[in-house]
Design a protein around this ligand. Sequence first.
Ligand code: GDP
Ligand code: IMO
Ligand code: MG
Length: 454
Amino acid sequence: MNTLAVVGSQWGDEGKGKIVDLLAADADVVVRFQGGNNAAHTLVVNGEKFILRLVPAGALHQSKTCVIGNGTVVDPIALLAEIDGLKRRGHLRDNSLLKLSNDAHMVMPYHRAIDRAREDLLGKSAIGTTGFGIGPAYEDKMARVGLRFDDLTDFNSFREKLERNIRDKNAYLKTILKAKPVAGAEIVEQMRAARGRLRRYLCDTSAFLQQAIAGGKRVLFEGAHGVMLDIDHGTYPFVTSSNCSASAVFSGAGIAPGSLDGVLGISKAYTTRVGSGPFPTEISGRLADAMREEGSEFGSATGRPRRIGWFDGVLTRHAIRLNGMWGIALTKLDVLTGIDPVKICVGYQLRGKRIDQLPPSRQMLGKVRPVYESLPGWQERIDHARSLQDLPVNARRYLERLQEFCGVRLAMVGVGASREATIILEHPFLALKSTPARRLSGSRSGKVIGPPTA
Ligand code: GDP
Ligand code: IMO
Ligand code: MG
């Protein structure tokens, strides 16, 4: 396949960044199509750690084009800081390799102020947002009062719109949210200074991508967050404010339905969640603490400890169906080393009845009790494994059961945070409608476990 979307199958932080970075070696273009800097994608390359929030995870490969599509919301100051950080570390040297959509909406300081003030007011019922203003920025987009990068073309008219928004938002902040207003003049001056640097990246990214696809380029779409945080299909209202399922690729990148060859879901070998909301397989106590430590499960965007749970097969099947996933990359199998037994959720109990799917009302997800299957664990370290044969037999059994239950091809298995700590069973760019037989960087091969059943 030439065009592939990578999306999270759980509540985010599944390891999308690592897998996108790995696949980017064989792609030409990497595209973010939704979300903003509420995303935090960690890459570990040659022992160095990078956290990318807005810049696509192709940026560590010197010649790949990175696109921030129209469906994203972008804090211009945060973007420039991220670009500067990458440039200081020797990346993103060629400005023509980063493209930002004219039509992407800007996240402004008043969005952050509103986000935080609302969360404060909600107290115990807070969503647990990242506080980066993502929800309020998408609200403005839908209310047709948002500022787009295209507006920077004429700074006078941009300033008028910005000042009008600042007036409205400050009134809302002061009178309704009882919060401090934002400093209007400062924001205008900050944007005046940022404008010169931002404009070099701006273009019609939709036209660029359509042309790239028509020209047979390999394009990788990097999802942010996860299916269960999707505004329509997640655990509303404990979700983010964008569609994070694969369907958002078309609207968020401006490409035609039908031009996507496949979808790769990313799942952890267990489950995590940051922020509030239902989480059927959540566990607590010493085991959860140990998994959190072993898996470094602290939010890369906010440093918050992530909630921990067992792998939820019911939820993953939902994600697979919703996205038509070609396969799954299962990450962080190494974190389960030393845990015995390991558990997979294979159903729920709801009001005394067994169910095999998500309850029809997502609110009921807070009421279900997981039904587990226990499998024997393994004690051996597995971070060196590069093929299934390198794994202990019980780790292989865990993978086989998980694949069988989910009914989907297991394409990759992550056994460590670094780029190379990955077992590649089937490379998506060599699968399906892969037209020109292009060589992949490095030679990786492995055995596909079992036939794909979904
Ligand atoms: P993303 O938002 O989906 O890109 O995920 P994050 O980067 O927020 O969180 C995933 C964390 O797990 C990061 O710290 C990664 O470096 C790390 N990681 C990814 N894959 C693996 C893996 O297979 N094993 C281990 N131990 N860590 C991994
Ligand atoms: P990546 O791309 C994990 C969660 C927040 C909160 C909810 C709403 O790194 O996987 P928001 O600031 O988006 O309005 O917060 O969504 N959330 C994430 N959790 N990983 C993410 O992104 C997330 N992006 C948003 O914690 O519960
Ligand atoms: Mg993350």
